[in-house]
Design a protein around this ligand. Structure first.
Ligand code: PLP
Length: 395
């Protein structure tokens, strides 16, 4: 049993449902498997490879930093960390001035929840039906899907869920003991759900009236993916705390809870630290990633390419009864169908294209923002062919 697949199956806990493919190399929007087969990657590690796989600027930054200093505990200052924080603050929404660095998305949400409780001295967190914030206990308590929650109770106390997109439902749940409301500006895992245009402003108002903080989870929607640096920008809303991760390190693990000075300042030294948080290697990769995003104006590129991709998806939708709806903004797109799409995902892989999914029936498209037009076209052709196959079997 020496194949990659055999070794992982033999020695890894079965935490992930796996496709029978071992990916061993990547560049830009392409990845290759152990047999040398090439794939166009619309999944990007679920939205991680924003600047493309093995981006040259990230490789160089990691190479240089790995020869200087790889680890440096947060109790000492470090130049790579300082430079990264400065860049992150420059691109963050106005009013958010301090970062609590983490290693992953779920940790960023944990940090946000702790900051909110610490700052307000209140207990309750209101989250959204359909919301996804991670799988550790705090973030899991704010995550809606019972499949992730039920086997692991009891979860944290004090969490409620409002209807996403319905301010009335939220207003009924937020009161004088609510520390924060947490929401994705566009729900990812739920199937790429864009809320009504004025919804997030109403959420902000409800929070302000009740003295609760607003946490916006931009872990999937941030860093230019939706055609703006932050999806909250589409709705004209600034949160008190923003969570970010996924693409932030150009593929290396890093995340942050970015907060107002006031909220971040509630934390006392030592109350929330982590050994690897702010490690120089991830920070150097993060700086290279943020420079690449801003110097190449990736948000604008994501808007233009995303619009073209959405038009192609709508064209496919209008030609196929199997497709229910196309949704999303920029390069954060979804196509809901009327069937379980697992065999379509596998058929697309056989044809050299990798798509992600949300739930069982929705294709999720989170490509690198540097994906080339010819690669988008190749993906759309394969998508239409696998939808045609499913339709032939059904209608
Ligand atoms: C909106 C959102 N929040 C949080 C997370 C959790 O991030 P991680 O998987 O890095 O823990 C994800 C991951 O998909 C996400 O999409």
């Amino acid at each position: 049993m020496t194949s990659t697949e055999g070794l992982e199956d033999a020695y890894g806990a079965p935490a992930f449902k796996k496709f029978p493919i071992a990916l061993v190399r990547g560049k830009g929007s392409l990845v290759w498997d152990s047999g040398g087969k090439e794939y166009v990657d619309f999944m990007s590690g679920i939205g991680v490879a924003i600047v493309g796989h093995c981006n040259d600027a990230v490789i160089e930054a990691v190479r240089v930093q790995s020869e200087r200093l790889i680890t440096c505990h947060g109790s000492f200052y470090n130049d790579a960390r300082a430079g990264f924080m400065e860049r992150l603050m420059k691109v963050s929404p106005k009013g958010l001035g301090k970062a609590l660095l983490t290693n992953t998305g779920t940790e960023s949400v944990e940090a946000a929840i702790k900051l909110a409780r610490r700052h307000t001295s209140r207990k309750k967190i209101v989250s959204m039906k359909g919301g996804f914030h991670g799988k550790t206990y705090g973030s899991l308590s704010a995550t809606w899907n019972k499949k992730y929650r039920d086997p692991f109770g009891p979860l944290l106390e004090g969490f409620d869920f409002a209807e996403y997109g319905d301010p009335e439902s939220l207003a009924q749940l937020v009161d004088g003991d609510t520390a924060a409301v947490i929401a994705e500006p566009i729900q990812g895992e739920a199937g790429i759900i864009v809320p009504p245009a004025d919804y997030l402003r109403q959420v902000r108002e409800i929070c302000d009236q009740k003295g609760a903080l607003l946490i916006l989870d931009e872990i999937q929607s941030g860093l230019g993916r939706t055609g703006r640096m932050w999806a909250s920008g589409h709705f004209g809303v600034t949160p008190d705390i923003m969570t970010v991760s996924k693409g932030l390190g150009g593929g290396l693990p890093i995340g942050a809870a970015v907060a107002t000075d006031e909220v971040a300042g509630s934390l006392k030294g030592g109350e929330h630290t982590s050994t690897f948080a702010g490690n120089p290697l991830s920070c150097a990769a993060g700086s290279a990633t943020l420079d690449f995003i801003t110097q190449n104006d990736l948000p604008s590129k994501a808007r233009a390419k995303g619009d073209a991709m959405k038009a192609a998806l709508n064209k496919i939708a209008s030609a196929h009864r199997l497709v229910k709806e196309v949704r999303g903004l920029g390069m954060m797109l979804g196509m809901q169908t009327r069937v379980d799409i697992l065999s379509q995902l596998q058929s697309a892989q056989a044809k050299g294209v990798i798509f992600a999914y949300s739930g069982r029936d929705t294709f999720r498209f989170l490509p690198a923002l540097v994906m080339e037009e010819t690669q988008i076209s190749r993906g759309m052709e394969v998508l239409e062919s696998v939808i045609g196959e499913a339709e032939a079997g059904r209608f």
